[in-house]
Design a protein around this ligand. Sequence first.
Ligand code: WT7
Length: 571
Amino acid sequence: MSERKSNIGSYEQRLPNFDWSLAEQELGYKKGDKINIGWYLSDRNCQKGLGMKLALIHEDHLGNVRRYTFNDMRVMTNAIALYLQKLGVQPGERVCIFMDRAPELYFTFQGILKMGAVAQPLFSAFGDESLFTRLDNAKTTAIFTQKKHVAKVRKILGTLPALRHIIIVDADESTTLKDRELAYNMEKQPRVEQFDAYPSTAETPSVLHYTSGTTGQPKGAQHVHYSIISQYLTTKWVLDLQPDDIYWCNADPGWVTGTSYGIIGPWVAGITQVVLDAGFSAERWYQFIEKHKITVWYSAPTAIRLLMREGTDIVRKYNLKSLRHLASVGEPLNAEAVIWSKEAFGLFFHDSYWQTETGSIVITNYPGMTIKPGSMGKPFPGITATVLDTKTFEPIQKSGTVGLIALKPGWPSMFRTYWNNQAVYDSKFKNGWYLCGDRASIDPDGYFWFVGRDDDVINTGGHLVGPFEIESALLEHPAVAESAAVGKPDPVNMEVVKAFVALKPGFEPSDDLDLEIMNFIRKKLSPLAMPQEIEFVKSLPKTRSGKIMRRMLRAKEWGEEIGDTSTLEND
Ligand code: WT7
């Protein structure tokens, strides 16, 4: 398979005169045309003669497999779009998807887009408070969910007046539907052969993905239908998907990787993808690759490190020869993991860098390009990326100097704003550059080397968690007077959450209290946000103006220089 030609061909030759219109032409789009992502993923593929090709091979945790062709996907997403229309959901309204990786998740996403509403995917492991924050902020009007998650919706319903419909996709005879609840069985619905997709144009809102920042509650990054242009071309050139590929993206669509490259990218390209709705297990994953003869795999560093921990002997038990291209995203991919993957699979994992806000891959290693293990690679053609001086916000000329990763705005999938928060959006720009919030250096060959985040956001296993969200939730616990949440080093997840807690008078530190607080956060927010360690302290270090100095606490965890503490009140 190695003599196969990559889609990108030569990276260097793609750079001069690159224009996104290349992707527009391949998708048959001209400026001003209608462009509806939902239509592109199924209807267009059927028109091109791919109706009978498999779009989705889905395996649940019990090993049951369901298969859907592009035509199945077309008629089933039509049915969902029609159903929403009949419910009175209006174009532009936010419809949340809050479920495990069932086929319904993948299809409701498209049905929502087809009828012109905005898809708001949320990670199903979110607790009621994480869910509330995001549904309240988006004034979401409908939510698709499953029986196992509906209790969390019921708990917060009373304070969500905008939420009119709770649609349960796996309700059965034994389910008693409560206030505002409906049952929608996707498999049993009549197929809808014809549905006129909403005539969205380039700037029509499509997907709203919530992401955490340093301050305040998570913000909704607003994407538009035109994003498909960069999602398509990056899928082709970076993931190198070709017509006979069987592609596996193991990201959950509650996060942007799972939508940009777990729904939109592969399906606009007419590729067959596999989904495994089950937790992590090295054996199960290798079995899955062998069984479905997966050829291209998009994964994440934490998963790779978990596999690495299990060793290469178990890899040898399976026939993984079908694999031909591997890529990774979400957090720093350490050189050891890249080298290990070559040893284990005979292939390098190709690191890729991007964010919820960028909507598609912006810096990466391309098929055929020399890999420098530990480097994120080079900017995608059409993306102008640099590192800026932290004080002047001017591009740094000297290679090897660490600065802020910055991008020239204007690529198709860039987010258009933060939902109802233009001020924070505006604050992300300096001197005409969009600041990603990360630090890196560029070597003399133009490769980017990630250094770290430039803010207090915690990246645990590739998932961003906002310290403010954790601290706010901690303060709701009756024993907590003050708190600070920071990332502490972890060999697999890179970082995990550690909380510093000062107790209210009358409360004493104890193991029980420790566990109780951890569980309190797990239930309210998510297992990701749950502190793995709680350190009880008398008080927290603050600036003279009373701001808790998270950075100082974090530096201690990482054994770094604490830096300037002159403004500290109680150092
Ligand atoms: C943040 C974005 C878009 C993918 C899923 C995460 C970190 C992302 C890398 C990488 C080092 C990375 C950055 C970035 N990150 N990819 N290859 N190497 N760090 O999307 O939740 O918006 O997180 O993840 O800090 O800003 P996200």
